[in-house]
Design a protein around this ligand. Sequence first.
Ligand SMILES: [Zn+2]
Length: 136
Amino acid sequence: MSERPLPVPDAATAPYWDAAREHRLVMPKCADCGAFHFYPRTLCPSCSLSRIEWTACSGRAEVHSFTIVYRAPGPAFAAEVPYVVATVKLHEGPHLMTRIRGCAPEAVRIGMAVRVAFDEASAEITLPVFEPAGEV
Ligand SMILES: [Zn+2]
């Protein structure tokens, strides 16, 4: 069985992965205009200024779009199918590509309330994933 490929943090993304390892979800937020954005960038996409602060997020989100993966894209994922790959819209605004776990793949719906959870994929990398939040 091949090893599951994992993200490789760099200077721009290290704060995100450091926080995830501590089971915290953080997003880049512009200190000038207050807008959150994701993926991480050195300039704010709203105002083009560069005072970016990593800011804790609530972990609340809703499913924006999703697909169910039935055929593994490679041997490393064979034991995991079927699984849900989704784009979720965080309460704070940014969209994030992730997985939905904690329910049957067929139970996932667009607009479903979800909350962050953490998948400790290796000693270095913890992946933010999302689970149904129930009736909130
Ligand atoms: Zn800005």
